[in-house]
Design a protein around this ligand. Structure first.
Ligand SMILES: [Zn+2]
Ligand SMILES: [Zn+2]
Length: 211
């Protein structure tokens, strides 16, 4: 399992290629704006899926460009299926200076808590981690979790956008993400990677809720 990280667009959104060098297959997690660099790196692989942690524009603004190139099905939580086609819901209309209204076609598949996918030779465990947005998902692949904008290195996602809920986010982090083994690597939607164990110790939003 090879993890390639790309910081795409003006918000430096972490988007990932999870590559299987044996099968020459790969997954893409999140579809940030201006994904050319990611698409170049995905070139040698057959991309089996584009998994979206959530549908804020900085995670879906490049979706149609990625789809046109890799022709892979897109997966999202049903709570944010409609957001892909609605620039008010995905937030792109709120910040016109960033790029203007962004929309994409609906996702081919919807994901729910505890779904298990077998794609590109990997087992992907789906975790609902709402709070930053109502359909936020985290994806566990082996001992790596891709946490979107729920959990960051030493911080957590904002909850002041439509559908955000601070209590719900804290519950998601405490009951879902912090239940993972300490050595689990965390690959967030923005900023540097970390581990569950480090965040238990050093994340001020997490250490206060761990009893
Ligand atoms: Zn977000
Ligand atoms: Zn984001």
């Amino acid at each position: 399992m090879n993890i390639h990280t790309f910081q795409l667009g003006p918000l430096q959104t972490n988007c990932y290629i999870i590559a299987n060098s044996e099968t020459k297959e790969a997954l893409i997690i999140d579809a940030g704006m201006s994904p050319g660099e990611l698409l170049d790196a995905a070139g040698p692989y057959t991309v089996k899926a584009v998994l979206l942690t959530h549908a804020h524009f900085d995670h879906m603004g490049g979706l149609e460009q990625i789809r046109n190139k890799v022709k892979a099905p897109v997966y999202i939580h049903p709570n944010e299926q409609e957001w892909l086609g609605n620039a008010d819901l995905n937030g792109s209309s709120r910040w016109p200076m960033i790029g203007g209204a962004m929309t994409a076609q609906p996702a081919e598949h919807e994901l729910h808590d505890e779904d298990v996918l077998e794609l590109a030779g990997f087992t992907i465990r789906v975790m609902e981690t709402p709070g930053h947005s109502p359909g936020s998902l985290s994806f566990l692949i082996e001992d790596h979790v891709f946490s979107g904008d729920a959990l960051f290195n030493r911080s957590i996602g904002r909850t002041d956008l439509p559908g955000g809920n601070y209590e719900q986010l804290i519950t998601s982090i405490h009951d879902k993400l912090m239940e993972l083994p300490d050595e689990t690597s965390v690959h967030p939607g923005h900023g540097p990677a970390t581990t569950i164990g480090e965040e238990k110790l050093y994340n001020p939003f997490v250490s206060g809720i761990m009893g």
